[in-house]
Design a protein around this ligand. Structure first.
Ligand code: ADP
Ligand code: ZN
Ligand code: ZN
Length: 727
């Protein structure tokens, strides 16, 4: 008898598909992968449901599956229902959600079996025969590692030695076993630190709730020992046979953080970030699924790791915007992690020196418990902060004289200096002095950025590159000037002023090469007078002991942005970079250059601190009904033809207004602030509500009507729930 399999297919359609099978040998169940015909292709789908058809049901129109790919579900029950939740909450096609959740090799239909390897161990034999020299060496080495060594580890040490090993096995001295292949790491283990009273309180508070869903916001200033708290909690939870999921932001160097965990937990830690291969990702994913991995440390998408014994979730730098995916399935990993913790009935810790307004709001609403670390764990003091008027005296490239003298003094004392400017390249503007022509991108409503070293103009929005012109393309004058400064120019200027001091530039251009970032970091950590010039990349989490001065060169960008979240981001950034100064035993100083030194924002942030500024911002958001008080959704559209995006969104807006109750305000459509990007014209429609639910109900009602619009099949469009940027 035939049965019907309801299958989700990797495609942008908001539906699943029914297929038939006569195969009665397979135990059909949800979560199995099957190969099915789809149009002219064969694709890998996942079973959502198994249905026995009614006796008189006409099945003639259904296609049959080609074959099953699994005998057991590839996805755990918990992850399966999480994926359904994600699809529903983010109003995103289910097939696409499974694509986001599964590692590529699994998606493409490869086997879901753990890769195994031979591991050799000594047996309990006491009296040995005389052994050959090599056999004796191997035997002695293995005797010191009772857990055994893998074939490849032994080969690495002793060269080709398979016959020696087999010989030892034959004599009964060694035992060979097949075990899951784990990542190979040999850290030197280090001892736990004695927690201070504040840290101890945090650990106890979390452990007290270890078997219930509870959300903690751990607000701890940089250097207050949050990571140490994470490590000790992880040790405790792992010791109970449970797994821990740790999310970290997308930063070039996750190395330091991971290394500290590895030095303390000899258990199996797998790391999931953008630098691992597809093969490693699959194996790590399976190690997590089979319960071999005790700890998963990873960036955003690691929130979808299959973990059946999950006991604790930790999100470090919880305010970081990289937790939000900005295309495709636009999920927020913090949000998904909270749902996971809730489903699993376990605690979740959100850690940051500068918590997001969302999380602070939840603390006010008593949904999260606030835990604080207010002392630097090493006893180092926080740096002094000074605001400098950028219109005052300057040396060059926008560096004020006051900052210059401070840099000079710190370098003379053998210290390191970190200058922060959130713009890569040489200069943001190239302009003709005669006719006023400016270099703009022909694909975007944006200026081209001057990259002098590569001798090009480059658009940072679409990547379009042009040779740097010597003459004005409009009036042929030879009078082209640059305005403003980026990292490349600051690097050049400082090299000129301090020819004997190494200047290291850290931005996306200088760290593109594999390992470039960690090489630069190593160089910084060697100490000695150095100047570091970098973008955002440098603001995050790195512990540079010799940095005593931090300069922020262009703090104004965030003050005058059209984005409602810009001031929150600026406050977080300033506090984070401030945390980079004086982490060692030397005190630090911070200089912020701004055209608005008297602005209330600076006065508040510097005199009263992040907490005060955050409360001010929360108050403003609440008055405007914006998140985290209200709830937002953006529907975006883009097309090469100028009017189509706006036209589609007008139609969408009409549909929404048919269904809309008064609780949801539908605003727009309006063209995006940068309307043209990468050759496409963009527009957006905003949904705002005082509660979360009405927006979701409205979308649930309207989505079918929207999807069937003729233009909706032609124009690219997307739904962004809880969007981070509205630009
Ligand atoms: P955070 O993650 O909050 O920035 P870390 O955990 O990195 O802080 O701690 C900052 C520094 O303080 C590190 O060098 C760490 O080894 C040290 N540290 C943390 N906790 C303690 C402690 N209880 N005793 C002594 N040193 C500590
Ligand atoms: Zn000109
Ligand atoms: Zn462009």
């Amino acid at each position: 008898m035939s049965i019907i399999l309801q299958i989700t297919i990797p495609c942008p359609l908001r539906q699943c598909f029914d297929y038939l099978t006569d195969n009665s040998e397979t135990h059909w169940q949800t979560g199995l992968r099957v190969l099915v015909p789809f149009g002219t292709r064969q694709v890998v789908g996942i079973i959502l449901d198994v249905i026995t058809p009614a006796l008189d049901q006409d099945l003639s129109h259904l296609k049959s599956i080609i074959k099953p790919l699994d005998t057991h579900p590839v996805i755990t029950d918990e992850l399966f229902s999480l994926t359904l939740w994600v699809s529903h909450y983010y109003h995103h096609p289910i097939g696409d959600c499974f694509q986001a959740v599964l590692p590529k090799k699994i998606r493409k239909g490869e086997t879901a079996d753990l890769a195994l390897e031979s591991v050799w161990q000594v047996t309990q034999i006491t009296d040995l025969d005389h052994l050959g020299k090599k056999q004796q060496q191997i035997f002695d080495t293995l005797k010191q590692t009772p857990a055994g060594l893998s074939q490849s580890e032994i080969t690495q040490q002793f060269g080709q030695c398979r016959s020696s090993l087999l010989g030892l096995e034959q004599k009964g001295y060694l035992l060979q076993q097949q075990r899951p292949k784990k990542p190979k790491i040999y850290p030197t283990l280090s001892k736990p630190l004695q927690l201070n009273a504040e840290q101890q309180k945090v650990v106890s508070a979390v452990l007290e709730k270890k078997s219930t869903f509870s959300s903690f916001l751990l607000q701890g200033i940089t250097g207050s020992g949050k990571t140490e708290v994470y490590i000790q909690l992880t040790e405790k939870i792992v010791a109970e046979g449970k797994q821990v999921l740790i999310l970290i932001p997308e930063i070039g160097l996750t190395g330091q953080f991971v290394e500290r965990f590895r030095q303390r937990l000899p258990e199996c830690i797998v790391v999931l970030n953008s630098s691992i291969s597809d093969g490693e990702r699959k194996q790590s994913w399976l190690l997590a699924k089979e319960g071999v991995a005790d700890v998963v440390i990873g960036t955003r998408s690691a929130v979808f790791s299959p973990l059946n014994k999950l006991g604790l979730v930790i999100i470090d730098e919880e305010h970081d915007s990289s937790y939000k995916q900005q295309d495709g399935l636009r999920y927020h990993a913090r949000n998904v992690a909270l749902i996971r913790a809730k489903n699993a009935g376990i605690p979740i810790i959100l850690g940051s020196a500068t918590p997001s307004l969302e999380s602070l709001h939840h603390v006010q609403q008593q949904r999260y418990q606030l835990l604080e670390l207010n002392q630097r764990a090493t006893g180092a003091t926080l740096p002094k902060v000074k605001v400098i008027d950028s219109a005052g005296p300057q040396v060059d490239s926008g560096i004020s004289s006051e900052l210059y003298h401070a840099i000079h003094a710190q370098l003379t004392a053998g210290n390191q200096v970190l200058l922060f400017i959130n713009r890569r390249g040489f200069a943001p503007v190239l302009m003709c002095h005669d006719c006023g022509w400016q270099a703009t991108c022909s694909h975007c409503d944006a200026r081209m950025i001057v990259h002098q070293r590569r001798n090009v103009l480059c658009c940072h929005h679409c990547g379009y590159i042009q040779r740097l012109p010597q003459q004005c393309p409009k009036c042929r004058a030879n009078d082209l000037n640059t305005y403003g400064a980026g990292t490349e120019q600051i690097e050049q200027t400082l090299t000129r002023y301090f020819p004997d001091t190494p200047v290291l530039r850290i931005d996306r251009d200088s760290t593109q090469r594999m390992n470039a970032f960690s090489e630069i970091v190593k160089e910084i950590q060697q100490g000695g007078a150095k100047i570091l010039v970098g973008t955002q990349m440098l603001a995050k989490g790195h512990d540079f002991h010799d940095v005593t001065l931090v300069g922020v060169l262009d703090a104004d960008q965030g003050l005058f942005s059209a984005d409602y979240r810009a001031t929150e981001a600026l406050a977080q950034l300033i506090v984070q970079v401030t945390g980079r100064a004086g982490r060692g035993d030397k005190p630090g100083e911070v200089f912020i250059q701004t055209s608005q030194p008297q602005h209330a924002f600076w006065q508040g942030l510097i005199k009263k601190g992040y907490q005060y500024t955050a409360q001010q911002l929360l108050q403003q958001r609440s008055e405007m009904g914006l998140p985290p008080s209200g709830s937002l959704c953006v529907i975006r559209a883009e097309d090469k033809q100028e009017s189509l995006a706006m036209q589609l969104l007008s139609e969408v807006s009409a549909i929404l207004n048919q269904y809309s109750q008064q609780q949801v305000m539908v605003m727009g459509p309006v063209p995006a602030i940068m309307e043209k990007k990468a050759g496409r014209y963009r527009a957006q429609l905003l949904l705002l509500s005082q509660q979360r639910k009405p927006i979701h109900q409205l979308l649930d009602h309207a989505i079918d009507a929207i999807s069937t619009l003729k233009l909706a099949r032609k124009v690219r469009w997307s739904i962004d729930i809880d969007p981070l940027d509205l630009l």
